[in-house]
Design a binder for this molecule. Structure first.
Ligand SMILES: Cc1cc2nc3c(=O)[nH]c(=O)nc-3n(C[C@H](O)[C@H](O)[C@H](O)COP(=O)(O)O)c2cc1C
Length: 176
């Protein structure tokens, strides 16, 4: 799939997945797309836990109250960051931005490979859920899971919501 097609086809999928598995090679390709993302000072701060173990997948499936993709994920990728990320440039850390860049690359790869996912972030940061999943994955206390992606083959066709037109959000040479 052409990258520009992937930009348009990617959408936050919260619907059901088919029974098809997510192949290990595809999981590696998806995470490789994340590894290829830019990072502040090339510090490459985000680490990834690929979750395809049936028992752990089952435990995570049971956690979300409403997001069907989270309830039916066939595999997950958890993005791991230091809780107190080191400064890499003049006292600044870019760990969250690094993670976001990796996640967008992975979402595009997921789309290009015919799977679907959704960027799950806010939900993880409430009610100790990130810590609960971190425990399941033996992530040390000094680190946190900032974003998790459920992955599967979508059982329903959905699409990206409309975005505001270019003229409304982008300007040549002068703001508005
Ligand atoms: C920083 C960030 C946090 C997000 N957190 C969540 C989340 O916790 N749960 C969720 O279902 N979607 C989450 N999303 C997905 C957004 O809701 C989604 O991108 C937005 O509604 C636009 O839809 P689209 O991704 O289909 O274009 C998040 C997206 C971003 C960029």
């Amino acid at each position: 799939m052409d990258i520009f097609e992937a930009f348009q086809k990617r959408h936050s999928y919260r619907g059901p997945f088919t029974d098809s598995p997510v192949h290990t090679d595809d999981l590696k390709r998806i995470v490789s797309a994340g590894l290829a993302a830019p990072s502040g000072c090339n510090a490459q701060t985000t680490e990834f836990v690929i979750i395809d173990d049936e028992a752990i997948v089952g435990q995570i499936n049971r956690m979300h109250e409403s997001n069907i993709a989270m309830q039916q994920g066939k595999a997950y990728i958890a993005c791991v960051l230091d809780k107190e990320p080191k400064a890499v440039y003049e006292g600044l850390s870019f760990a969250v931005e690094d993670c976001a860049a990796a996640v967008e690359n992975m979402l595009l790869a997921i789309t290009a490979l015919g799977y679907a996912s959704v960027w799950v972030d806010g939900w993880l940061r409430k009610e100790g859920r990130a810590a609960d999943i971190a425990k399941m994955l033996s992530v040390p206390d000094t680190k946190t899971i900032r974003i998790i992606l459920p992955i599967g083959v979508p059982a329903e066709q959905r699409k990206q919501p409309d975005k505001k037109p270019l003229e409304e959000r982008a300007f040549f040479n002068k703001y508005k």
